[in-house]
Design a protein around this ligand. Structure first.
Ligand code: SF4
Ligand code: SF4
Length: 362
């Protein structure tokens, strides 16, 4: 099949982060600073991405502010003609640095929220004083004039704070909030028993979001990612594999999604190996799950195949043992009932057994 050009790129500038959220989607084998692309490598990647058709770049991590050259990277992305969105916990940003980022041309900030009070946020983020700091950074973001999106990852332990998170978004002047019920990849997968929402919580979250969308129409845009394991149909992961976006990991590995490296039979090129254009159009990894030739019969003959593309390949591997299987979240999958039962069992797990994300020792 002929692939269309990508629209968005997630640039994972670093895996370093002062926080250690147990739901972090970064891989268990985190990369150290020494493995990271240089400023020049990233600038070249931004130019190649723009040339390929990418319109906006999400500067992410880890915590992108851990890169001392973040301002230079924003300049490089803007010079390449990309719209720049900084995805940050806020830790590592000062008022001065935000001004410098503004001067560098940064377009938008997305601030993560681990909880709506210090007790919850600092416990989940594993960083004492983080909440207070984040609230200060939110004020500076507003004063600098950046458009702001709040990014609230919610799970069994903080879902009761969802109404307050929505109020908070309005109070601090965010234009948008992304409410994402935790997706189980990376460290979140390891913490399923502590984070899995109950079915009742998953339903209540939907109701709260629906009500808030009506009440806050014109004030706040609410994006919502529902609780996968409690759904009837899977999400359209990345809008289809190798279809609308790509990720570059801190060491320059080019991926169709952030969890793709969990699929062991695929090998991924880095920006050092081949031009980005070639990787996007010609590499075996990007072509592995494009279109519908790869699909099992169940999906290939299904009228939803252009809606959810058979679900998430990484999740199919993790839950069905086969990256080419129907995502077991789908009610038509023979594994769906078992997944439901598993979700219920995880949701009854203890709250206090969090495994925090950590870098490997030097
Ligand atoms: S999820 Fe938490 S630990 Fe992971 S990068 Fe974001 S703030 Fe850091
Ligand atoms: S059978 Fe496949 S394409 Fe159809 S709804 Fe389920 S996952 Fe989606």
């Amino acid at each position: 099949m002929t692939a269309r050009p990508p629209l968005a790129m997630l640039a994972e500038l670093t895996h370093r982060c002062p926080l250690s959220c147990p739901y972090c989607s970064n891989p268990l084998d985190l990369l150290r600073k020494e493995a990271e692309l240089s400023t020049g490598d990233w600038a070249d990647a931004f130019r190649q991405a723009a040339d390929l058709g990418v319109l906006h770049v999400h500067l992410s991590g880890g915590e992108p502010a851990s890169r001392r050259d973040l301002e230079e990277l924003v300049v490089a992305a803007r010079q390449a003609g990309l719209y720049t969105n900084l995805i940050t916990s806020g830790i590592g940003l000062t008022e001065r640095r935000l001004k410098a980022l503004d001067e560098a041309g940064l377009d938008h900030v997305q601030l993560s929220l681990q909880g709506t009070d210090a007790a919850m946020a600092d416990r989940i983020g594993g960083y004492r004083g983080g909440f207070e700091r984040k609230m200060q950074v939110a004020e500076w973001i507003g004063a600098t004039g950046f458009p702001l999106t709040l990014n609230a990852v919610v799970h069994r332990q903080n879902l009761h704070q969802l109404p307050e998170a929505l109020d908070m978004a309005v109070r601090i002047g965010a234009r948008r909030i992304e409410v994402a019920i935790v997706q189980f990849h990376g460290w979140a997968m390891r913490n399923r028993a502590a984070l899995m929402p109950t079915r009742a919580q998953a339903e209540e979250a939907k109701r709260i979001v629906e009500e808030a969308r009506k009440r806050l129409l014109g004030t706040l845009v609410i994006d919502f990612v529902p609780a996968d394991y409690h759904e009837e149909y899977p999400k359209s992961c990345m809008g289809g594999w190798g279809s609308t976006g790509l990720n570059i990991a801190p060491d320059g590995t080019v991926l169709p999604c952030h969890a793709a490296q969990t699929i062991p039979h695929l090998s991924f090129d880095t920006v050092h190996d081949r031009p980005l254009r070639e990787i996007w159009y010609d590499s075996a990894a990007f072509n592995a799950y494009r279109g519908d030739d790869w699909m099992p019969e169940l999906c290939r003959t299904c009228d939803r195949k252009h809606i959810d593309h058979g679900g998430c390949r990484c999740q199919a591997l993790a839950l069905a043992g086969d990256a080419g299987a129907t995502d077991p979240v789908c009610a038509k999958s023979p594994l769906h009932a078992g997944l439901r039962a598993k979700a219920e069992a995880f949701a009854a797990g203890p709250d206090d057994n969090l495994t925090y994300r950590t870098l490997p020792p030097a």
